[in-house]
Design a protein around this ligand. Structure first.
Ligand code: MG
Length: 168
């Protein structure tokens, strides 16, 4: 189903290069946190995330963190990596993305959504008319709803080709 397909599938957030962003016509990124930048509940980003953020910002791309998690989890993390944030985004519904878009003053087609979940990040991006990058989840997760969403992702993920640098 088209509405569940990301524009690009990559392994890690750090695989997103300025070159790829140029190709996609990206001026701003809406970034997920849990399992994208850091393990769920952890305040320590995955290796390479901090320099990656600096590099992307130095290339003139705006970044706003957009998470479904609570403000008390999202805000301290965003502050620690020097980014603005929208917590309780309610992805895949457009409320959070619209709030972030207003902060950025960008058209939806120049905004790239980056995250690890098809039924929140990618579906939300497609509903909002934004491009998207789906990542491979890196940490173990607990809870029944995430278990169900991951189960529903299996078939779609099987059909996706995960690109490596050099292929874009
Ligand atoms: Mg996530």
């Amino acid at each position: 189903m088209r509405i569940l397909k990301p524009t690009v599938a990559l392994k890690s957030v750090t695989d997103i290069t300025p070159k790829l962003l140029e190709k996609l016509g990206t001026d701003a990124i809406l970034l997920d946190v849990d399992n994208t930048l850091a393990p769920p509940t952890s305040h320590i980003p995955y290796e390479g995330v901090k320099p990656w953020i600096e590099n992307i910002k130095n290339n003139g791309i705006d970044i706003v963190i957009c998470s479904n998690n609570y403000k008390k989890r999202v805000k301290p993390f965003s502050d620690s990596v020097g980014l603005d944030c929208v917590a309780m985004s309610l992805k895949p519904f457009p409320f959070g993305f619209n709030r972030a878009k207003r902060k950025l003053k960008e058209k939806p087609e120049s905004v790239l959504v980056v995250g690890d979940q098809i039924y929140t990040d990618i579906l939300g991006a497609n509903l909002a008319g934004m491009k998207s990058v789906l990542l491979v989840p890196r940490s173990e997760e607990h809870g029944f709803t995430i278990y169900l969403r991951r189960k529903m992702e299996v078939k779609i993920r099987k059909k996706l080709r995960i690109l490596n640098e050099g292929e874009y």
